[in-house]
Write a protein that binds this ligand. Structure first.
Ligand code: MLT
Ligand code: MN
Ligand code: ZN
Length: 306
């Protein structure tokens, strides 16, 4: 299996267009050593050269496809290596890139849960709008953890698990979370038996979820914030990381504590990194702490073979 990191930043990207936090201003000026990042999305193939699955459709998708030749195999006048799209939630940073795929000749095969389908046909009716272009061939993701496949994505088997996180502000159930607003995905290669657990938005780790993570060769999880009060401290929000469905890396019960308890051989990655997160600064003590613990912050263009 091969994972290509198309985008590794949280909503807004890095640097964010209107932001002058230390990271955003510093990377623009060249005074902070950090890599620019687009909004979070990954592409997974059974092997290099095969068609694969796009997890999330970021508003930056056209730039991401241009930078990743593996997504454009060039076999016909109109072509793509995207066999289908799977959504982890219905947020702007993960779903509005669907508009950019409207030139597709046939309806877009799209997997999402019922609550995400509701959000994307009511509060933010992206799927209805696409009905005026290529159309969407929507497939339902159930929450029972049953394995499913995306036809055309050879060797891959997927299982979804509901996560505690947050629906988008336009969701009819924004303040009344329901299972399926956010999911994590166990992506397995049926030949090798290897697997990756992917959860770009993750607010809480339950014992059952941790067991699942322990069984994966690669764990790629929510890297949005370093501290719970990161946005409050900068005067950018009144809400904590946990309030908006993101488990911070540091502190008691934080992501680093959980990742430390995984089996030694597990490869650990953070994705969906907010522009305010000090781990983006390659010279920061927080980045050094991740390195000490064997945790890798994803970068755009990175590929992981497993
Ligand atoms: C989130 O992950 O919390 C949202 O995507 C934030 C946003 O994009 O506005
Ligand atoms: Mn997001
Ligand atoms: Zn910023």
């Amino acid at each position: 299996m091969r994972i290509t990191i198309l985008g590794s930043a949280a909503g807004g990207g890095f640097p964010q267009w209107n932001c002058n936090c230390r990271n955003c201003a510093g990377v623009r000026r060249g005074s902070v050593r950090a890599k620019a990042r687009t909004q979070s999305s990954i592409f997974v193939q059974g092997d290099a050269g095969l068609d694969g699955v796009l997890f999330n459709a970021s508003p930056d998708i056209l730039e991401q496809i241009r930078s990743s030749p593996t997504l454009q195999p060039g076999r016909a006048i109109r072509d793509t290596a995207i066999a289908g799209v799977v959504l982890m939630d219905g947020q702007v940073d993960h779903a509005t890139g669907l508009f950019m795929l409207r030139e597709r000749g046939r309806p877009l095969p799209l997997w999402c849960t019922d609550p995400v389908h509701e959000d994307l046909t009511t509060g933010n009716p992206v799927l209805k709008v696409l009905g005026h272009y290529c159309g969407v061939d929507r497939q339902r993701i159930g929450l029972e953890g049953a394995a499913f496949e995306v036809p055309g994505a050879e060797h891959l088997s997927l299982r979804a698990f509901p996560l505690s996180s947050k629906a988008a502000p336009y969701s009819p159930h924004r303040d009344n979370p329901v299972p399926g607003d956010n999911i994590g995905m166990l992506i397995s290669d049926r030949r090798s038996g290897r697997s990756a657990f992917y959860a770009p938005g993750l607010g809480e780790i339950t014992p059952a979820l941790f067991d699942l993570m322990c069984g994966a060769d690669v764990v790629m999880v929510d890297g949005t914030f370093w501290t719970d009060d990161e946005m409050i401290g900068l005067g950018l929000s009144k809400k904590t990381a946990r309030d908006i469905g993101h488990l911070p890396q540091s502190g008691a019960g934080g992501m680093m504590e959980w990742l430390d308890r995984l089996p030694n051989a597990t490869r650990r990655f953070l994705i969906h990194i907010n522009n305010t997160n000090p781990i983006l600064d390659e010279d920061s003590p927080e980045r050094a702490e991740l390195a000490r613990r064997g945790i890798v912050p994803c970068e755009d263009g990175m590929t992981i073979e497993l």
